[in-house]
Write a protein that binds this ligand. Structure first.
Ligand code: ADP
Ligand code: MG
Length: 213
């Protein structure tokens, strides 16, 4: 039993996320076909697979694991999601720099760093049918869990649930950012691919954190 998360957890998060993204690759492609160009599943799969290759020999901190993920997504993935997720994970890593292990406040710092990175890069706010609609409720949920003295696994669990609900809530939204905004009213009635991939990535963070305890 431990109520902190360490570097081994961070590596397990990234490796397992690669597997889960691989399992959902076609679903993410299909969602992006509806309101975009159909590359989201491939983009995410390529970026996470390259990262897992780079981290094959391990790494020395949570910050460097997340930093490697961010840099690799920035360097190898095109489109909107590469730079957005790349900046997100680079900033998430910086947010826990110097910490050997993290508690629920570290979970908040990671999610806050990711959201800040996405907003800095993409200038979207909530209600625009993007991944911001998954990361924002995730941050609120994690903050509440941390304030209530919950474990990091519990903080990721409520964050992942909030992200999944946030992704569902993108369905009736009109897209006003990114490629989906070109469709105007026709973007309504479809789930945002980036919000969906965010919910999977956070679900894996929660599952791997639970397994680490
Ligand atoms: P592209 O749109 O270039 O084909 P992807 O298909 O990989 O890139 O990613 C699309 C996802 O990126 C969308 O589903 C949305 O969640 C996210 N996205 C697009 N533009 C923005 C933005 N300005 N801010 C936040 N997220 C965005
Ligand atoms: Mg796309």
């Amino acid at each position: 039993m431990s109520d902190t998360l360490d570097t081994a957890w961070a590596l397990n998060w990234i490796r397992t996320a690669q597997e889960v993204i691989s399992e959902h690759r076609m679903e993410l492609i299909d969602l992006d076909r509806e309101i975009g160009d159909g590359d989201h599943g491939e983009n995410m799969y390529r970026g996470f697979t390259k990262t897992v290759e780079k981290l094959a020999d391990g790494t020395d901190s949570i910050a460097s694991a997340l930093g490697t993920l961010g840099k690799t997504l920035l360097a190898t993935v095109g489109g909107a999601a590469g730079p957005l997720y790349g900046t997100a994970f680079r900033e998430a890593g910086k947010a826990v720099e110097g910490q050997e292990t993290i508690d629920a406040n570290g979970v908040v710092a990671i999610i806050q760093g990711a959201l800040d990175g996405i907003v800095k890069r993409g200038k979207a706010t909530t209600g625009e049918k993007t991944m911001v609609d998954a990361w924002t409720p995730a941050l609120e949920a994690a903050k509440a869990a941390a304030a209530a003295g919950k474990s990091p696994a519990e903080a990721f669990k409520v964050a992942a649930e909030a992200a999944a609900a946030g992704a569902e809530e993108t369905i009736p939204m009109l897209a006003t950012k990114g490629r989906a905004s070109y469709l105007g009213e026709r973007s309504i009635g479809h789930k945002d691919p980036g919000a969906t991939s965010t919910s999977y990535i956070l679900a894996v963070a929660a599952d791997t954190a639970e397994a680490a305890q």
